[in-house]
Design a protein around this ligand. Structure first.
Ligand code: PEP
Ligand code: MG
Length: 888
């Protein structure tokens, strides 16, 4: 195994081995660009070091061989007293981790070689400045000396001399400073600063390896989802100097604007300085364009190199360069980070320039960036007071007056107020309030809690599980430490970051949503330029994708929006959402019915309402499939809360005026109470034990379809049975449904062509998919319940309880409720697809769990061969884009 590569040996595709910086230094070297010679120690060597605590045995010899070659080439030895070769030792992982790991410059300087350097450069000040920088950087990063000690000494030196910037310190001042710095090292590190240049280099290499595991590097990786076991490469590069006087300098540049994508000169330059001065902001940089008047030859050469890099990488690159006495050197390049908006613009710009094709353009953007562009955002430049932080459940920026119950939310919003609904947690009763509110804030619950799921479905901003916030519904206020927010006080909720602010933080609207809504067309100004780019990329995606995209929607308004956003049907209409509000009492009657007559009367009352709902829905989705799911949740969800009701009844009884209905309700609540309602009487089980319930729903669907047919519409209803575990359940329900449909067809004289299928959301259903397909014309994977039952995780509780610990321990990188668990849940989906299709080759296959709008999951569903994904209306553009990216 080879652990060291000369820059001439690598290339840009070796990032796994050489890290991003090393691979790109090699690429630039081979392009003939001016890169100072050097070599890269591989990530493999780092892994051995991190695993065993020791570097690989061969490493030292390999480094020696490469150092020898470098010394021959440069005509001087590392740290040579009369003319020292100096090197930098820089980290460079596969993924860029800006500023997270260590770098040491000027390795090779010592009490002896500093004199040689001064003579060679003809500049004493420069040599001593370089030496003090080495001791400072080496002391801090390699020997663990407190960096402030050096800073303080430097400040004191400047103060003593009455100057403010370090360039005003002369050689004598710096010489003194070096003495002080060495003392600081000896005192704080318990050892002298090493005078042997090779020892300096070896220690620096190990320090770079170690810096992979600093706390800040670990935290950064967790946030950016970079695996913790990758390790870093180490680049040893011969030094060039930007601090050799006014004809030297250092800078950073972008080949185009990372915010707008526009071509032009973007960057900063700092005369007479080394790289870390730019980053540290020690002195003010000048715009790169000014380099033209400072050093025209270097400027022209740099512009040419940037053009070479852009055409070579076919993308925006960012670079670091140094000019040493009029000679330009390239120290780094990489494909640059950019804002979401710029990603879309740059992709289309590069297509127009003929650098990439449409398929490649699709790979240059992603759904997360599109989602980011779709939400109104807070103006981050504005001043704000942070109240607390929760889970970023549904993105967006919402500002409004704090309200603590749904009734007030509705009342205030009717009178024109913007409100934020703040609850400990929400339940279906809060729906009105949630709809009325600008945003929702809860102190309990995770990403799949009621508040989160419903808010996401509505495209409404939501932060949930903000645990520091104490919600006191009774006194209508919340407290965080000493801060009290009363009803009516303004709060701002950032659903993209999970942060909650006191007062009003200003927001900016999203032109991209305006465009999807059809309220804005591509034109000339800046926002329009972004919209034009999004429009083109979406067109590419739609052209190539194989997956169809449907919406989870249960009312005509959501359905119409979904259609505007590009939905090709409804993949999940949750009918329980049609039984809320005023209709809840009717459901109560159904649940409380003691006799067949009472039950029938309750169902008869519900039938016309359901039918009217479906007529509207079929109309708004005319010509497109609409999957209607029969009632799924446990019935207690339609009844009052057991504790509240018990208290109410007890109080009434003590006053001796208990009302009959409450007593009956309480009885029913007790009867329906289950320890594990999600595993209880719900889904198909309701259809099997409550006579007439599913029949009523099927009749409403059939009659609505017949109505639409008669109105010359094109209804395409699909009836879906939830929570099936065995084909027998499905057969019984189907037999009844087929009969009802036949009756409606006969009565209305229409042929309805309704299909009947099932959700696959229990492990047993997935395992017996071959049998279930005998009775189902389609499957829709309910990956929320499937994840819940495969893992044994309660989808309503885990994210707020132990998921943080699981994420921290690396058990998974992302919640399986957010991104499909390919190895477990995904494997079941894959085998159910195969078994289902084996039984019924024309079986239609979709997925309607929350994963349907998750980028990574969409790629998985494409790969296993589903026909469509279904997601909330606001996720539809994201799903379209990702389906296109998966197919391109
Ligand atoms: C599911 O379980 O994935 C699903 C879509 O159904 P619900 O979320 O309504 O349980
Ligand atoms: Mg489900």
């Amino acid at each position: 195994q080879k652990f060291v590569y000369d820059f001439t040996e690598g290339n840009k595709d070796l990032k796994d081995l050489l890290g991003g910086k090393g691979a790109n230094l090699a690429e630039m070297t081979n392009l003939g660009l001016p890169v100072p010679p050097g070599f890269t120690i591989t990530i493999e060597a780092c892994k051995v070091y991190l695993d065993s605590g020791d570097e690989p045995a061969e490493l030292r010899d390999e480094v020696s061989a490469h150092l020898d070659a470098l010394e021959k080439r440069m005509g001087k030895n590392l740290g040579q007293a009369d003319d020292p070769l100096l090197v930098s030792v820089r980290s460079g992982a596969k993924f860029s981790m800006p500023g997270m790991m260590d770098t040491v410059l000027n390795i090779g300087l010592s009490d002896a070689s500093v004199v040689g350097l001064a003579a060679q450069a003809g500049d004493e000040r420069f040599a001593w400045d370089s030496y003090r920088r080495l001791i400072q950087m080496f002391g801090k990063t390699v020997l663990g000396v407190d960096g402030d000690l050096f800073e303080e000494a430097l400040e004191a030196a400047k103060e003593a001399k009455g100057v403010t910037v370090d360039v005003d310190l002369d050689a004598a001042d710096l010489k003194k400073l070096v003495k002080q710095f060495k003392k600081i090292v000896t005192r704080d590190a318990g050892r002298d600063f090493p005078q042997d240049p090779r020892e300096q280099m070896d220690l620096a290499i190990n320090a770079v390896f170690d810096s992979w595991n600093t706390d800040r590097a670990k935290l950064y990786r967790r946030q950016e989802r970079i695996p913790g076991d990758l390790g870093t490469a180490v680049n040893i590069c011969s030094m060039v100097f930007g601090n050799l006087g006014p004809d030297s300098g250092t800078g950073v540049a972008f080949t185009r604007d990372p915010a707008s994508g526009h071509q032009g000169v973007y960057g900063d330059y700092l005369q007479n300085a080394q790289g870390e001065d730019v980053v540290a902001g020690i002195r003010n940089t000048v715009p790169l364009a000014e380099l033209e008047s400072i050093d025209k030859a270097s400027y022209d050469q740099l512009m040419k190199i940037m053009e070479t890099l852009e055409t070579h990488y076919k993308d925006l690159c960012d670079i670091e360069f140094t000019i040493e006495r009029g000679q330009l050197w390239m120290l780094q390049t990489r494909v640059g980070k950019r804002t979401a908006g710029a990603a879309f613009r740059i992709a289309t710009q590069l297509v127009d320039q003929g650098l990439i094709d449409e398929a490649e353009a699709l790979q240059r953007v992603n759904g997360a960036q599109l989602a980011q562009l779709m939400f109104p955002r807070f103006d981050h430049g504005a001043a704000s007071v942070l109240l607390g932080r929760g889970i970023a459940a549904s993105p967006g920026a919402a500002v409004g007056k704090a309200v603590f119950d749904s009734y007030t939310a509705v009342k205030w919003s009717r009178s024109g107020e913007k409100v934020i609904l703040i609850r400990r947690e929400t339940n279906p009763d809060d729906l009105d309030g949630m709809i009325a509110a600008e945003g929702i804030l809860t102190s309990r619950g995770g990403k799949t809690s009621h508040a989160a799921v419903v808010a996401r479905g509505m495209g409404k901003t939501c932060v949930c599980g903000a645990e520091e916030i104490e919600v006191d519904t009774k006194r209508r206020r919340l407290t965080v430490g000493d801060t009290v927010v009363e009803e009516g006080d303004l709060v701002s909720v950032d659903g993209s970051t999970g942060k909650v602010y006191l007062g009003e933080v200003p927001v900016v609207p999203s032109p991209v949503v305006e465009y999807f809504e059809g309220r804005m067309h591509a034109g000339a100004d800046d926002a329009d330029e972004l919209v034009a780019a999004v429009h083109r990329i979406m067109a590419y995606a739609d052209r190539v994708r194989r997956l169809r995209v449907r919406a989870n929607a249960d009312n005509a308004e959501d359905a119409s929006r979904a259609r505007r956003f590009g939905a090709q049907g409804i993949g999940l209409c949750r009918t329980e959402h049609m039984f809320l509000g005023e209709r809840r009492e009717m459901v109560e009657k159904l649940i409380l019915a003691d006799t067949d007559d009472e039950r029938e009367a309750a169902l008869d009352a519900l039938l016309p309402l359901q039918k009217a709902d479906f007529i509207e829905l079929f109309e708004s989705m005319d010509g497109l499939p609409v999957t209607v799911r029969l009632l799924d949740p446990p019935l207690h969800e339609f009844l009052p809360d057991i504790t509240e009701l018990s208290v109410r009844v007890a109080l009434a009884e003590s006053r001796k005026d208990a009302n009959e209905n409450d007593l009956r309700l309480l009885q029913a609540v007790h009867k329906l109470h289950e320890q594990n309602p999600m595993l209880g009487l719900r889904g198909v089980r309701l259809g099997l034990v409550i006579p007439g319930l599913f029949a009523m729903q099927v009749r409403a669907i059939a009659e609505a379809a017949a109505h639409r047919k008669n109105a010359k519409g094109d209804p395409r209803a699909e009836i879906m049975i939830p929570l099936v575990g065995t084909v027998q359940e499905l057969e019984i329900v189907r037999e009844e449904a087929d009969q009802v449909i036949a009756e409606v067809e006969a009565a209305t004289g229409t042929e309805l062509r309704l299909t009947i299928g099932t959700m696959i959301e229990l492990p047993r259903a997935a395992l017996t998919a071959g049998q279930i397909a005998e009775a189902a014309q389609f499957f829709s994977f309910g990956t929320n319940d499937l994840t819940q039952t495969v893992w044994g995780f309660s989808r309503d509780d885990v994210e707020a309880s132990f998921f943080t610990a699981y994420l921290e321990k690396g058990i998974f990188g992302v919640s399986p409720f957010e991104t499909i668990d390919k190895d477990g849940v995904g494997a079941l989906v894959r085998s159910a697809v195969e078994a289902g299709r084996a039984t019924r080759p024309d079986l239609k296959l979709g997925i309607c769990g929350e994963h349907g709008g998750d980028p990574e999951s969409v790629h998985f569903f494409h790969e296993v061969g589903l026909d469509y994904v279904s997601c909330s209306p606001f996720r539809i553009p994201v799903a379209r884009l990702e389906a296109g990216r998966a197919a391109a």
